[in-house]
Design a protein. Structure first.
Length: 326
């Protein structure tokens, strides 16, 4: 079976094509906001409307396929920015109707987990999913991916970007913060773990204040990373202990950070567990993860939709989805 997956939750319009467990193509075009700005949903959606046809054409070309060769279409149904989600829904629904093939609605967060499991060869991990808007510690328990901890305010990716904009690093700030942090020294910042949940807003505010009062950029970036990533590692370790699982998967756009990878790897090793990070080409938002998730759900007859009645679910939670394919 061949599935074409469409990702459009935020700044990326991506198309991936999977044939069973083999990736045939993975193409994306990303909206880049003006310097100093974050994502503007309507402008990102306008970008997707302009680029979708070319991205699909390139994905089919790379896979050596025609539209008639596609057996299934899947799309990111949620969560995400409604204007952007609607573009993906409309494109996917039209493709499914034109070709008279099944349409599958996919939870974006779960797709990140499943593509990570596929390529890391992990079986039943605790997943730390870290992206712009999302920060969740997730594990499979009783037919659902349960959230054992999550952010109470901003996602870690948005936290990095907000801090980065305020100290002059621009967008996306994560890689620049990682680079600036090298050689920095630690200064104390708020460490906010409440039960199993996390809060980053106070850390951002305090770090910016200290930078404006004269703390060096290196020291501020180093301390911001160390504090927020230690919070993430602590809650991930507690989720491992609670669920008695011995594998850790790191996925999402922030998974590219080598310092976060190292902290989680050390934690997992000290517990006698195994750590893996989703390959970087699949860790950020991409269409291939949506295609893979579409195949999994089609095979289990999960959330196959009528193209004329399908809708988006911009606030859908990870733990609201019945996981019939595991």
């Amino acid at each position: 079976m061949i599935c074409l997956g469409i990702e459009s939750t935020a700044h990326t319009f991506g198309v991936g094509i999977m044939e069973d467990e083999k990736g045939l193509s993975n193409v994306k075009d990303t909206y880049i906001p003006p310097q100093g700005w974050g994502i503007e949903p309507m402008k990102a959606a306008g970008h997707h409307k302009e680029k979708w046809e070319g991205v699909i054409h390139k994905a089919l070309e790379e896979a050596g396929l025609k539209q008639d060769d596609i057996d299934i279409v899947s799309f990111s149904q949620g969560p995400g920015l409604p204007p952007c989600l609607y573009v993906g829904l409309n494109v996917a629904s039209n493709l499914a109707s034109e070709s008279n093939i099944p349409l599958v609605g996919v939870n974006h967060c779960i797709a990140h987990i499943e593509i990570g499991k596929l390529f890391s060869k992990l079986n039943d991990p605790v997943t730390l999913y870290v992206s712009g808007a999302n920060t969740q510690i997730i594990a499979y328990v009783e037919q659902r991916y349960r959230c054992f901890g999550e952010t109470m305010d901003v996602g870690i990716g948005n936290a990095l970007d907000k801090f980065g904009r305020e100290v002059g690093l621009g967008f996306p700030a994560g890689p620049k913060i990682e680079k600036e942090a090298q050689g920095g020294n630690y200064m104390e910042l708020p460490y906010v773990v409440k039960g199993m949940d996390l809060s980053f807003s106070g850390v951002i505010t305090n770090a910016i204040e200290k930078f404006k009062k004269g703390t060096s950029l290196q020291d501020t970036c180093f301390s911001f990373q160390e504090t927020t990533f230690a919070m993430l590692a602590e809650v991930t370790e507690r989720a491992m202990a609670h669920t008695a699982k011995n594998e850790v998967l790191l996925t999402g756009g922030v998974a590219a950070n080598s310092r976060l990878q190292k902290m989680l790897e050390t934690m997992a090793r000290e517990r006698g567990g195994k750590f893996s990070v989703c390959p970087m080409q699949y860790a950020g938002d991409n269409g291939l993860m949506i295609a893979w998730q579409g195949l999994l759900q089609h095979n289990s007859k999960s959330n196959i939709l009528n193209p004329e009645k399908a809708d988006i679910l911009p606030r859908q939670r990870t733990d609201e989805v019945d996981v019939d394919w595991v």
